[in-house]
Ligand binder design. Structure first.
Ligand SMILES: [Zn+2]
Length: 170
């Protein structure tokens, strides 16, 4: 399997930037539920996220569907096998981008609500710096804690920008 080198992202190398949020051309099929292309996800991530017995797993590669209105989170590339959020141990940020209580950073446990609370009490957000420092200290485990299986920083930046745009935080 030949693989192009991934495009650069802004995450520190310790975050596993090779699997970060920058979209790539997809050689495999789209999500069987919503038809949008999914992102390859390591089997270890699916194993870590499933709340059902791992005997459910198929011998296939899995992809992650980030479409907010699609109920499926993972699907098998060859075997179809869509897996919905109810079969998982975590609620998935991408499926609830406006929900203040769903984690956006699963390693250091930040939600839109905790991000807003910091801004309300201190006047600014240090969440990106805090996560970056945690990554550099070797304390992140995105591949087994984050449903997308990769670094959350892109999502965290998007949450901060989104809440600023809406005037929720200054
Ligand atoms: Zn989908």
């Amino acid at each position: 399997m030949s693989r192009e080198s991934p495009p650069a992202c802004e995450c520190p190398p310790e975050a596993g930037a090779a699997t970060c949020e920058v979209p790539r051309a997809s050689p495999d099929g789209p999500c069987p539920a919503c038809g949008k292309p999914g992102k390859p996800v390591d089997l270890l991530t699916v194993k870590a996220m499933l709340a059902v017995p791992l005997t459910e797993l198929r011998a296939t590669r899995y992809r992650f569907c980030k479409t907010p209105e699609c109920p499926m989170v993972y699907y098998g590339v060859d075997a179809d096998h869509p897996i919905g959020e109810t079969a998982l141990r975590e609620r998935v940020h991408q499926k609830h981008p406006e929900d203040d209580d769903v984690f956006v950073c699963y390693c250091f446990r930040h939600t839109p609500a905790t991000i807003r609370a910091e801004v309300e009490s201190t006047g600014r957000s240090t969440v990106v710096e805090a996560i970056t420092a945690g990554i550099q200290a070797g304390r992140c485990a995105c591949e087994v804690r984050n449903p997308q299986g990769s670094c959350c920083l892109g999502n965290v930046r998007a949450v901060v920008e989104n809440r600023k745009r809406k005037g929720v935080i200054p």
